[in-house]
Structure formats: structure tokens, C-alpha cells
Write a protein that binds this ligand. Structure first.
Ligand SMILES: [Zn+2]
Length: 114
């Protein structure tokens, strides 16, 4: 059975290269048990974007609500209050959607980890 010398995963006969690591497989058995699969930068795109969206949208929602309650100093408070009311709904929806994406990603990670 071919094995990857880097991640030490086992592959079916005929597979020449590890699809995760890109290195040529060897026929020697691994000396140690397989490591967890490496984390690729591509795996962090969605949670990173969701976290950034959550932080920005929650901050804008907080700023919007604080301006409505008179907690933001002038003239910045009146500038924020001049935004259309639909912006509040947009900030809330973006915050909830980003939080849901992060929560689903975390649940997926919990289910799939060893
Ligand atoms: Zn590998």
C-alpha cells in the first residue's frame, strides 16, 4: 500500500501522489500513526470572511443603535442617524448570517474532528 511520507496517510494501489500534500507516495508503511490532515489557507477563507463580516456588521449595528439612543457624540451621531432605517435591518441581518455561518462551521469542525 502506498503511503504519503509527509502526512503518513494510506492510499489505494496505483495512486502515485498525495492529493493533500502533493508529494510522491512510497511503498513503505508509516513508522507513526497518521497525523491530522493539515490546515490549508483555503480552509480559512469562509470562517475568516464570516468573522470579519460579523465584527464589522455588529460594530455598525451597535453604532447605529447607540446613535439612536443619543450615545454617539455630535456631529457623528447625527450623521449615523441620517442613514436610511433599512440600514439597521441590513446590519442585523448581516450580523445574524455571519454568526450562523460561524456556528455551522464550528459544528462541522466538532463533528468531523477525530
Ligand atoms: Zn500527504
Amino acid at each position: 500500500m502506498p503511503y504519503c511520507p509527509r502526512c503518513r496517510c494510506e492510499y489505494a494501489p496505483g495512486v502515485m501522489r498525495c492529493p493533500d500534500c502533493g508529494v510522491l507516495l512510497r511503498d513503505l508503511p508509516p513508522k507513526r500513526p497518521p497525523r491530522r490532515p493539515p490546515i490549508f489557507i483555503e480552509d480559512l477563507y469562509v470562517p475568516g470572511a464570516a468573522l470579519l463580516t460579523l465584527l464589522v456588521s455588529a460594530g455598525l449595528l451597535y453604532l447605529r443603535l447607540a446613535a439612536e439612543w443619543g450615545q454617539v457624540p455630535e456631529p457623528f451621531g447625527s450623521m449615523v442617524r441620517a442613514q436610511p432605517p433599512c440600514f439597521t435591518a441590513f446590519y442585523a441581518i448581516a450580523t445574524a448570517a455571519a454568526a450562523a455561518i460561524l456556528a455551522l462551521g464550528f459544528l462541522n469542525w466538532l463533528i468531523r474532528r477525530d
